[in-house]
Design a protein around this ligand. Structure first.
Ligand code: FES
Length: 508
């Protein structure tokens, strides 16, 4: 059977069922530090801040771990196949800092698993970056060289049970995998007490950088001396949004008729990169493949990404049953280094973003850095990851991307909102239409109900695009995503898309 999920719910939730839930916030509150976002960044930060003696509140618009953390691949590794790119913008010291800080974050995760006896299917596995194509050999060799310069022990020889045909590879031993949802939920349970309050289904609607900060939520106002945006992309308008490209990747999980040894396998095929891993469950072993990265809101036929991954799986492996599919978002900085630390234009607000497809390790690292900064303890990596580090010239490529976005918007084909046009929208189909001289996002559900919301993104006014695989309205500018009824799913937008109407018949 094929399971499909519209957002945030991957294979991990099926095997992390016995976790507790938390009530929404229901009254005004005060705290030392408010953490927005209960993924791996927010929950790890709650742990580190409690160690420094701070009172903490965590709020999440959804449930603990069910955002980006729960959509990840659950892979934990030091080398991330971007070391040669990092080397091109930094000197050797840059890759050394990335390697040592990421190794420390991996150590943090393993320490917490041991400290709280977290049963999260944690295993040590090898990491491979390889290609089966002669044309890509140079690329692998360059990456191997860059990893070597970082101080990580890497070789070009695979272990005897390496299951692929490779022309060239990079092999690093003793990396790790787990079920990220099991880990973060158990860590949340372990840190929660009267000085670490967790509220789910509590949406932040505005943040004011006062002393103390004044944060409005759907459950009341929270006053906090410091606020940390652990939301993957900070809510509101920040310069870092212009310095990141936003991608959506897709993942499928399948049962195979063959056995593949546990490992983190990254297959390079020209411009395509596939992340492959196995996951052992009481139901048997699954193979997970993630890839086909696409800019958010730039393609309406996102369903093709799933089909492409399925085809890849079926060509390379002996597939028994396709079982799960889901999407995941990533924010990629122009210099391949995340933005972690105090927001450059604010006094009491901290951000952690730009993890690319690497949020489990970088999110943990962000918790280590930001807690030290709030506690005014020295941190060896805070300067390197400082959000204020980029000069405009460094992010020129991304600014160009944003110019492309504008052109893209001009080219957008708008259906005139005549009754015939609206009636022409089929079940399960979404279209941008012109309605009363405004651009509207219209979707017809399987019960023949038409859902119409404003097409204008509430972040900075770009026009959203239809995502046919996940049935969502996605903004091509900075990656905000909305449900068919306009509710914010993720991204920097605070507000929902304005609701025009929901028509319960097909007579329009
Ligand atoms: Fe920035 Fe939509 S996410 S304009």
């Amino acid at each position: 059977m094929l399971h499909t999920y519209t957002s945030g719910s991957a294979i991990w939730s099926a095997f992390a069922k016995d976790s507790r839930s938390y009530e929404p916030l229901s009254k005004d509150s005060e705290t030392d530090v408010l953490i927005i976002g209960a993924g791996i960044t927010g929950i790890s930060l709650a742990y580190t801040l409690r160690k420094h003696g701070y009172d903490v509140i965590i709020v999440d618009s959804g449930e603990v771990g069910m955002g980006t953390t729960g959509s990840s691949t659950g892979n934990l590794y030091v080398p991330n196949a971007k070391f040669q790119k990092i080397l091109s913008g930094h000197d050797r010291k840059g890759v050394e800092v990335v390697a040592s800080s990421r190794a420390a974050a991996l150590g943090f995760i393993e320490d917490r698993i041991n400290e709280f006896s977290i049963d999260c299917d944690f295993v040590k596995v090898p990491w491979y970056y390889f290609t089966g194509r002669k044309k890509d050999i140079k690329e692998i060799e360059k990456e191997r060289e860059a990893i070597n310069l970082s101080g990580v022990k890497v070789t070009g020889t695979a272990a005897a049970d390496f299951p692929f045909e490779a022309q060239s590879l990079a092999y690093v031993g003793a990396q790790a995998q787990f079920n990220p949802l099991k880990y973060v939920r158990k860590l949340a349970e372990s840190v929660r007490d009267q000085h670490c309050r967790i509220y789910e289904k509590t949406k932040v609607t505005s943040i004011r950088d006062y002393d103390p900060c004044y944060v409005e939520t759907t459950g009341g106002v929270i006053k906090a001396k410091k606020v940390v945006q652990a939301t993957h992309s900070p809510k509101g308008i920040y310069a870092v949004h212009a310095m990141m490209e936003v991608y959506r990747e897709y993942a499928v999980a399948a049962k195979l008729k063959e056995d593949i040894p546990a490992g983190i396998y990254w297959a390079l095929e020209g411009n395509e990169k596939y992340s492959i891993r196995t996951y052992d469950t009481p139901e048997g072993k699954y193979l997970i493949v993630l890839g086909d990265s696409k800019k958010v809101g730039h393609s309406q036929e996102t369903w093709q990404s799933f089909q492409k991954l399925e085809n890849y799986l079926k060509i390379v492996f002996n597939v028994d049953e396709m079982s799960w599919l889901w999407g995941a978002q990533n924010y990629s900085p122009s210099d391949y280094i995340p933005f972690i630390g105090k927001s450059p234009m604010e006094d009491n607000i901290y951000i952690a973003t730009g993890f690319a497809a690497d949020g489990l390790v970088y999110g943990t690292l962000a918790a280590m850095i930001i807690s030290d900064m709030i506690a005014m303890k020295g941190n060896p990596w805070s300067e390197f990851y400082n959000p204020a580090r980029l000069k405009p010239v460094t992010s020129a490529k991304t600014l160009q991307e944003n110019a492309d976005v504008t052109a893209h918007l001009i080219k957008e084909y708008i259906f005139k909102g005549s009754e015939e046009e609206l009636a022409g929208i089929g079940k399960g189909e979404g279209r941008i239409v012109e309605f009363n001289r405004e651009k509207a996002a219209a979707f017809r559900d399987n019960d023949d109900h038409l859902h119409v919301v404003s097409a204008k993104c509430t972040h900075m006014g770009c026009i959203v695009h239809w995502n046919d695989a996940e049935k969502s309205w996605d903004c091509p500018c900075h990656g905000s995503r909305f449900t068919i009824d306009g509710e914010v799913i993720e991204g920097p937008a605070f507000g929902n898309l304005e609701k025009y109407w929901r028509k319960d018949s097909r007579n329009i």
